[in-house]
Design a protein. Structure first.
Length: 74
């Protein structure tokens, strides 16, 4: 989840995995896969940076599973 700021100054928390597209026209429009749209004060670059930071945080703790580890050829 990432926190963005709507045009009226209210914070909105958005599921970063549901973002389909981000437009800069002239305000930033965040389009979700659910069909919802948010007009936010954050720039496109800020939103992209928040998504990248979120994904790094989530996936950095994951361990890669080696599918052949412990496999013994018979």
């Amino acid at each position: 989840m990432i926190k963005l700021q709507k045009l009226n100054g209210a914070d909105v928390v958005v599921n970063a995995d549901l973002i389909e597209s981000i437009e800069a026209a002239p305000d930033t429009v965040v389009n979700l896969a659910t069909g919802n749209r948010f007009l936010v004060k954050n720039t496109v670059e800020e939103v992209v940076g928040l998504v990248v930071e979120y994904k790094r945080k989530i996936y950095s703790d994951k361990k890669v599973v080696n599918p052949i580890e412990g496999y013994e050829k018979k």
